[in-house]
Design a protein around this ligand. Structure first.
Ligand SMILES: NC(=O)N[C@@H](CC(=O)O)C(=O)O
Ligand SMILES: [Zn+2]
Ligand SMILES: [Zn+2]
Length: 422
């Protein structure tokens, strides 16, 4: 029996912060009390730092197999632990796309290299780009956490309608990268003043909103749990609010970058600001913040999309879409939302633990007796600068480089096993 005693925690427990000690036995939370004086194999003084449930990110790209020069399951998961995360959902836009039982089983085998809990999305359609549905029933049985063609919209309404019915029948979830390929029009930046100024092909908001409107109607008809990836538009927020009020089974996520940046921040041709969906207008950004605060938006997800530096230093036209994000999500959200009193720390933690767990039916996201000891210790007072050299991820391209933040992860545990320590 291994026991770990964590003393002097500012513990997020039962949705409240309390000064507590915490005893872990055999990888599970065994006891929570104001003072615990039992013998333990290891005693950790949390020094009044935050002890939170391990954070959950339902949207990451780990690039293995196929593009391991960008990231591997090992580097991505270690980066996640550095960010305070203990559970992530990996997108299936790898090579090969795990769109059949053999490749999916192989993906699950590879995911065992993860130092945290890496759960796997299965693609909705073959190759993520065709209109032939994946063997949804087989992939669900093998353990797909949900289905997504992330990176690609599903353009054909009939394909989406059929997919929703089959995903509903196996009681799974459909996470949609909402993008009408025709309206996307090979753009690289939001349609707005920055696009005009830099003379770049633009992505219209309607590429997101028109497909979202269609999908909400299809979700209503099929009853499937429809989850919207990386919501980026004000109209999107409004539609989701209406859909929720109408009883449609819809949830959605927003990224830290869409909450904190708009195309106003793009002052030069710097692909650290290039991702899909693109940074939208200030008006969109404000609507996303309102949607997050009023509960229309259910959770924070990073869309951690690492690329090699050589794939990101070629300007907006030629660089890849996507930015690194899993190591900066908590400190950015804490610094810009909690320290500025836009929301409470409890609210932020809920958005990064309890809400994603509930939405996807995970038994995780809470520190309670008998739960797996997935947790992270964070020094909220530690002030530092976001620097390339501090990333564990192979992806170091971030629009937040040089920014000053609070909140440094000290240690992360998965099933009571230390997976990150400063
Ligand atoms: N977000 C991005 O800009 N890129 C993602 C794909 C995606 O999330 O749509 C990627 O895989 O690189
Ligand atoms: Zn996407
Ligand atoms: Zn993505």
């Amino acid at each position: 029996m291994t026991t770990i005693l964590i003393k002097n925690a500012n513990l997020f427990y039962a949705k409240h912060l309390n000064k507590s000690d915490l005893l872990i036995k055999d990888g599970k939370i065994f006891k929570i009390a104001e003072v615990i004086n039992e013998q333990a194999d290891r005693v950790i003084d949390a020094k009044n730092n935050l002890v939170a449930p391990g954070l959950i990110d339902v949207h990451v790209h780990f690039r293995e197999p196929g593009q391991v020069h960008k990231e591997t399951i090992a580097t991505g998961s270690r980066a996640a632990a550095h960010g305070g995360f203990t559970t992530v959902f990996a997108m299936p836009n790898v090579t090969p796309v795990p769109d059949n039982s053999d490749d999916f089983k192989n993906q699950l085998e590879l995911n065992k290299q993860s130092v945290i809990k890496t759960l796997q999305y299965a693609p909705v359609t073959k190759e993520e780009t065709t209109d032939e549905l994946s063997p949804i029933e087989d992939l669900a049985k093998l353990g797909a956490i949900a289905f997504s063609n992330d990176g690609h919209g599903i353009n054909n309404a009939k394909t989406m309608f059929d997919a929703m019915q089959r995903i509903k029948a196996v009681n799974s979830h459909l996470a949609a990268h909402v993008e009408d390929q025709n309206l996307f029009n090979k753009g690289v930046i939001n349609a707005g003043p920055a696009a005009v100024e830099l003379g770049l092909p633009a992505i219209e908001r309607v590429s997101e909103t028109s497909q979202l409107a269609r999908d909400l109607i299809l979700a209503k008809e099929t009853g499937v749990h429809y989850h919207v990836c990386h919501l980026s538009t004000a109209d999107g927020v409004k539609m989701i609010q209406i859909a929720k009020n109408a009883g449609i089974n819809v949830t959605c996520e927003v990224t830290p970058h869409h909450l904190l940046l708009s195309d106003n921040n793009i002052v030069e041709d710097d692909a650290n600001f290039k991702m899909n969906p693109p940074l939208r207008s200030e008006l969109d950004r404000r609507a996303l913040i309102d949607g997050l605060l009023d509960g229309t938006i259910d959770m924070i997800a990073t869309d951690h999309a690492p690329h090699a530096e050589s794939e990101k230093n070629q300007g907006f036209l030629k660089s890849a879409f996507g930015i690194t994000g899993i190591e900066t999500s908590f400190p950015l959200m804490y610094s810009r939302f909690v320290k500025t009193s836009l929301m409470s720390l409890e609210q932020l933690l809920e958005l990064m633990t309890i809400k994603p767990a509930q939405t996807f039916g995970l038994s995780a996201g809470e520190i309670k007796i008998g739960a797996n000891a997935d947790l992270t210790i964070i020094d909220l007072n530690k002030n530092y600068q976001i620097k390339k050299e501090d990333f564990i991820s192979k992806g170091v391209n971030s629009p937040f480089l040089g920014q000053d933040v609070y909140g440094q992860v000290q240690k992360t545990f998965v099933n009571g096993r230390e997976v990150y320590s400063i």
